[in-house]
Each structure stands twice: as C-alpha cells, then as structure tokens.
Write a protein that binds this ligand. Structure first.
Ligand code: PLP
Length: 387
C-alpha cells in the first residue's frame, strides 16, 4: 500500500495541474453548440502563442502524437515521394517506420542516438539532391528517448540558404511548452505536437501547426487520406467546430492550461525547465554516472538520461525505485533498452518535486548496489539555492 502522491517523473505523460483536472471534469457540452465554438476559437488563437506561430494554422486532432506524425506526412507527401529523416533516436525511428509503411521513400541519416541532428549531413544530402526530389525534411526537436535537443534553427537556416524547396517538419512533442521554439521565425512548415508533456494535459489530443506554404501543397496533394485531412479541419475550424467529434473535455483542459501558461509566462517556463535540468545534471555528475547525451549544448531541458555500464540492468533500478519510493521513471527504448533511465523534469513541476525524485534515484542506486558517489542531492540543492 503506497501513501502520498505517486511521483510521475517519466518524460511524459506529465503531472496534470489540479485546475486542469478540474476543468476536464466539467460536464461535456454540445460540440455543435455556441459555447463550444466560442471556446475552440479562443483555443486556436491562444495555442499559436505557445508555438510562436502567429502566421500558422493550428490543427487539433483527437489522437496521440503518432496521429499527428501521420497527418503531417499524408497531407504533404504523395506515394513514392522522397523524404529526408534524421535518426536521433527511438522516436525518429518510429516516424521513419511510419513513413515507409505509408509508401514514402525515406532517405534516413543514421546516428549514434547520443547526439542531435548534424546539420552538415543534412546539407550534404540536400546538395546531392540536384533534381530536388526530396519533398520534406523531418526532424525531432527534442528526442525523448535520449534527452538530446537538436539545433533546429541553425539547421533550417542552412537548408534555406541552399534554396532547396523541401517542406520542413519538426516534432516538438517533448519540447513544446518546455523548450523555446519559434514556428514562424525558424521557418518551420509543419510543427507536430502532443498534449501530454509540456502542455500539462493528459494524453488525447495532438497538433499540426501548419504554414501557408504547407497548406497550399496539401490542397494539391492527392495522397489518399480522410481522418487526417487538413482541408476539412481548416474549413470547419473557421466557425469553431470540427469535422468529427472532438475531445471536448481535453479541450476544456487545454483552455485552462493556456491560462496557466499565460500567467506564468513562456520565458519564465523555459527558465524553470532549464534550471531543473541543470540541477538534475549536477546531481548525476556528482553521482559519477554518465549522461547519455554527448554534447553539452544538446542537453535537453525536458528530461535527463543516465547511461549505465553494460553489466547493469537499468530496468531493475527503475523497478526498485517504483516499488520502494512510488516514483515512475522513463525506461530505455529501442537501442537503449535496459541501459538507461530517463528522469522527466517537464510540465507542472517544482523544486521539492525534483528533490524528491532525485532522492528516490539516489536511494535506488544504493539499493540496486550500483556503484556511485553520494552527494547528488546536495549538489542539486546547492544549484537550486544559488540560481
Ligand atoms: N515523438 C516524440 C518525440 C515523443 O516523445 C513521442 C511519445 O512520447 C511521440 C512522438 C509519439 O507520441 P504518442 O506516444 O503520443 O503517439
């Protein structure tokens, strides 16, 4: 029997604030009535601020993030079209698998799952694409399976300097609302996002933020699609409605989450995430445990991945921490299965929650008899006190 609150410190779904939970618990309303349309129009306007995309068209699907990946691909690409995708980790590889299943021709740049997008490799590939057959470039901003944040703005800037017309798609599922992002300024065409991480909502809705250029391409694209079609969505959204039944109650939650974000201020939210990420890394370094991301300037502010020696079972550590300290941490995915644990420090979060989480990890390390130095918590506390 566990008492007190469960610590949900996986890198999403994240903790949902009480006021958002209360909003979600309101009675469901008629999704074809005036109250609903007024709310939708307010949300569609408000959500543009989070993605810094005043020029973009936001589209909300009742789906998980995977649905939003699919929507992005099927609205832009036609059967057999070439798409350049970059292998930053498990999630980028799932997006690639999906693109292949859907019949697109993926040019996949492989990597070590410890670093972010290498701009030079993308530029080299696009330079070789003399006939401009590559129709889109897909990148994951924050690779949740590794804790690596890619340098998206400089990469897009370099792509644009080539005058290559490829559509730019960026997955921000674990960065939006946690790490600074500029849809318009960075010239992204399709931003993919989900509800269950920085937006502090339960899973259940996902987003495409779409540039005018992308909308134009989609209207001419004859790839078969129905549920994911942007066309019907954009048309019905104009009057605050959806072409099918939306996730009414999650939208209540989104309205409240947008209010919370506005109150705290996006810049303050990003600083909060950076501060918690820095404190976490101070703890990990003090323990003498290796961080999975290699480059310091690619460390994620949403989550931290700890890499263990091959003879250590990282899942056993996670199990001990869950059983003994009622704390859920992220598991290793794909190539890193059994080798890493991931500490989520995104969404609705504060200093005592971070220290509680780190304490559970430090005690877990001792119980699992994993060699480490003590003092990680003290290092994190010192950092939080100073900053
Ligand atoms: N992309 C990233 C970066 C993710 O972290 C996830 C899920 O965690 C996904 C895509 C897939 O989203 P979902 O599991 O909501 O379908």
């Amino acid at each position: 029997m566990q008492t007190g609150k469960h610590f949900l410190q996986i890198p999403g779904p994240t903790n949902v604030p009480d006021s958002v939970l209360r909003s979600i618990s309101n009675p469901t309303i008629d999704h074809r009535g005036p109250e609903f349309s007024e709310m939708t129009l307010e949300i569609l306007e408000g959500i543009k601020k989070i993605v810094k995309g005043e020029e973009c068209i936001p589209i909300i699907f009742p789906s998980s993030g995977t649905g939003a990946w699919e929507a992005a691909l099927v609205n832009i690409l036609s059967e057999g079209d070439k798409v350049l995708m970059y292998d930053t980790g498990h999630f980028s590889s799932l997006w690639k698998n999906m693109a292949e299943k859907l019949g697109f021709d993926v040019v996949y740049i492989q990597s070590d799952w410890r670093t972010g997008v290498d701009t030079n490799k993308i530029i080299e590939t696009l330079e070789q694409d003399k006939d401009q057959k590559i129709k889109a470039v897909c990148m994951v901003h924050n690779e949740t399976s590794t804790g690596v944040t890619s340098k998206i703005p400089s990469t897009i800037k370099n792509i644009k300097s080539l005058n290559h017309p490829a559509i730019i798609m960026v997955d921000t599922i674990s960065s939006l609302g946690s790490i600074d992002y500029y849809h318009d300024e960075w010239m992204v065409d399709v931003t993919v996002a989900g509800s269950q991480k920085g937006l502090m909502l339960p899973p259940g809705i996902a987003f495409n933020f779409v540039s005018k250029k992308a909308i134009e391409i989609s209207t001419k694209n004859n790839y078969r699609r129905s549920y994911w079609d942007w066309g019907e969505m954009v048309k019905t959204n104009l009057s605050g409605f959806f072409p099918y039944t939306p996730s009414t109650n999650i939208l209540f939650g989104l309205k409240e989450a947008l209010r919370l974000i506005e109150n705290e201020g996006l810049d303050n939210i990003f600083q909060r995430h950076e501060r918690h990420a820095n404190a976490t890394r101070e703890a990990v370094k003090s323990w003498g445990i290796e961080l999975l991301p290699i480059n310091e300037d690619e460390h994620s502010n949403s989550l931290t991945s700890l890499l263990f020696e091959e003879n250590i079972n990282a899942d056993n550590l996670r199990k001990i921490i869950l059983k003994k300290f009622n704390t859920s941490l992220g598991t290793g995915l794909g190539r890193w299965s059994g080798r890493i644990i991931r500490i989520g420090h995104l969404g609705d979060f504060n200093d005592p929650m971070l220290l509680g989480t780190l304490s559970a990890v430090e005690m877990g390390l001792s119980l699992a008899e994993i060699e480490h130095k003590s003092g990680g918590i003290k290092a994190a506390m010192d950092y939080l006190e100073r900053n």
